[in-house]
Design a protein around this ligand. Sequence first.
Ligand code: ADP
Length: 482
Amino acid sequence: MLQDGELLRDHGYVGGQWIKADSGESFAVVDPADGHEVGRVPMMGAAETRRAIDAAAAAGPEWRARTAKERAAILRRWYELLLANQDDLAALMTAEQGKPLAEARGEVVYGASFIEWFAEEAKRVYGDTIPAHLPGRRLVVTREPVGVVAAITPWNFPLAMITRKCAPALAAGCTVVIKPAEDTPLSALALAVLAERAGLPAGVINVVTGDAVAIGCELTVNPIVRKLSFTGSTEVGKLLMRQCADTVKKVSLELGGNAPFIVFDDADLDAAVEGAMASKYRNTGQTCVCANRLLVHDRVYDGFVARLAQAVSALKVGAGTEAGVQQGPLINEAAAAKVEQLIADATAKGARVVLGGKRHPLGGTFFEPTILADVTPAMACVQEEIFGPVAPLIRFSAEAEAVALANDTPYGLAAYFYSRDIGRVWRVADALEYGIVGINEGIISTEVAPFGGMKQSGIGREGSKYGIEEFLEIKYLCMGGL
Ligand code: ADP
């Protein structure tokens, strides 16, 4: 399957060594498209994690002592290796995650872009001098790496969620222990192979696979770890934040969302449909910034539904490796069952299935791209993150009503709206309680802009000039007696 078979690993990576679990046990990684075993990885627990943390701590002083330019040069090589191995990384990702190959290839470039960006930012971690408050003093502010970082990542972007955390951490001079999701550890291990080839010293990055609870517990309770960067569900994020409290770690959390996608009556409907398709159905609806509910103005509702249905019915469902496929399988049976249950709840409460609504004839976890009309906030699909290819459409008739509906959620990650009225654009952009707002745009993710949520969608930002701050401590030096 791969041009470079070395990228498929069945060992974890700790202190520069490729190791098995202490118990010798491993678990299977399966292809969600057909259930076949793609590979096996070690079933590690707390003991191996402790050793990874110790390795990261041991590697810390030498790594942080290097100049930013030296760290940047290694990161740059890592970035180039990702691009050089784009085909293999994409094939591995599609095999373990299911996304269409074109999307997997896109993710390799997107994931690599964070390494390039933060390699550049490494050299721009500036301090400050502050005009003194008293004579004979000098006040100086420096920035230091926070220390050992734990990165716990999800399966929906098996590669980019790792580089988005590791690149700024490494650029800042931190060392990292990564725990990838159980469903998609192979991409993480392939990244470690390339990191090693790029010249990252032993212990600077470590990957432990296995028992999420045991590994997560060690990573959050161990006092050597100074920072947790987590992307995943709100429920697990809250648990990990609690576990970090006793050792007062810095935390960055990128959690669930409930993105509204608002189409006002002055919107360019073709652009809105195009944006909705990209935002809703990318990665088969399995992204935390996927449109979760579409709020459409009464006057354009029927026209929008018709155009959206036309676009959605043209989507090609199938295995990610098949040419032209746009919708892969859902990640696992639990995900498919949840989508089924949300549709059943909505239809029982009066929603109308415009398109799809059930499992795809391909079987397994394949699901038909679905549109639900006449949806109301009483339905679970409006309150919960769907994480599947289902677009629930809600009708509204006033701007204030749409904004109130959009904000009526504990989440605050991404929101989208379509309007060509400049006054409305500013009013609504200001009123939305979201960390990311796409205005006449359905795709908002880039390494140059801050990604992150308000309210219960998270803490901190990833990417951009702000992203590196999460891995830095501020130190204030007060010099007297001058
Ligand atoms: P999702 O719903 O996207 O699978 P999760 O929050 O369950 O989100 O998973 C995100 C990451 O968190 C994965 O790497 C998973 O293994 C990890 N995880 C899940 N439960 C725990 C836990 N109790 N402690 C630490 N990590 C966990």
